[in-house]
Design a protein around this ligand. Structure first.
Ligand SMILES: Nc1ncnc2c1ncn2[C@@H]1O[C@H](COP(=O)(O)OP(=O)(O)OP(=O)(O)O)[C@@H](O)[C@H]1O
Length: 248
């Protein structure tokens, strides 16, 4: 959760009337969202709700059928390269180069982004990730938690203005999840705008300034976790999610 006053934020991401179909399957149905600079924003919803599709559109990896998205004032379709320069992306899948070491994985990214001093940037990131002792081991020897840390660190290396995280902590034990939350929180404190999808309501509650609750391609409600609880007369966000998913 960031400490920036929500009333003074400039807009970082504008999503307007977005529709996306796969064949006859309507994955996103007229989605509108505005996300402020420095905000940490969560997408919560059952399997198939459309969360990953929305991340794919923001990441310029998918094209909408209709509607518009801009990031940092740049249209994701017309200014794709400018948008890509501004975003860091973490997919659900482990897409590290398994045969390369942690240092080599980061170094590749640093050079791709033409960082001024790639070796120094990589060394600093390895320290930040607490992976210095493992820097020269191939990623295939890493535990699931170490891999995730490395993947998030790789996305942060270019100091992106926007970080897109698709289920960043799925399948990890609570201690590792908490360590990743610290990393995500640190990025937020540094001013990064973060959008994350998750199935862990506690994760959204802990990290996010606001959350969109999605169902079948639509946003059925959106707000700060406390405001959502109040609106739905529930004590916990988990209960709001369960009630909405049950159609209650
Ligand atoms: N490449 C694809 N081809 C066909 N249908 C797809 C494709 N990708 C997603 N879909 C469908 O679009 C809908 C939204 O999927 P999406 O993966 O965006 O949901 P999600 O909320 O991220 O789900 P999960 O929580 O399981 O990751 C689902 O009905 C899904 O089956």
């Amino acid at each position: 959760m960031s400490t920036i006053d929500p009333h003074t934020r400039e807009t970082m991401i504008r999503i307007e009337r977005i529709c996306k179909r796969y064949g006859t399957q309507l994955a996103l149905d007229n989605v509108d969202l505005t996300i402020g600079a420095g905000e940490t924003f969560g997408l919560l919803g059952p399997n198939g709700a459309g969360k990953s599709t929305l991340i794919g559109l923001l990441a310029t990896l998918k094209r909408p059928d209709s509607g518009r998205i801009s990031i940092g004032g740049h249209d994701v379709l017309r200014d794709r390269d400018r948008v890509r320069q501004q975003i860091g992306l973490v997919f659900q899948e482990n897409n590290l180069d398994r045969e390369l070491t942690a240092r080599q994985n980061l170094d590749f990214q640093a050079r791709l982004h033409r960082l001024d001093n790639p070796s120094a940037a990589v060394a600093a990131m390895l320290r930040r990730l607490e992976l210095e002792a493992h820097a020269d081991r191939p990623a295939e020897e890493f535990s699931g938690g170490m891999r995730r840390r490395l993947i998030i660190g790789r996305a942060l290396l270019s100091a992106p203005r926007v970080l897109l995280l698709d289920e960043p902590t799925t399948g990890l034990d609570p201690a590792i999840r908490h360590a990743l939350w610290s990393l995500i929180h640190e990025a937020s404190e540094g001013g990064c705008t973060i959008i994350l999808t998750t199935h862990y309501v506690e994760e959204a509650e802990t990290l996010c300034d606001r959350v969109a609750l999605m169902q079948r391609g639509r946003i059925v409600d959106c707000g700060a976790p406390a405001a959502l609880c109040e609106r739905h007369a529930k004590h916990k966000l988990e209960d709001v999610v369960l009630a909405l998913n049950a159609g209650g």
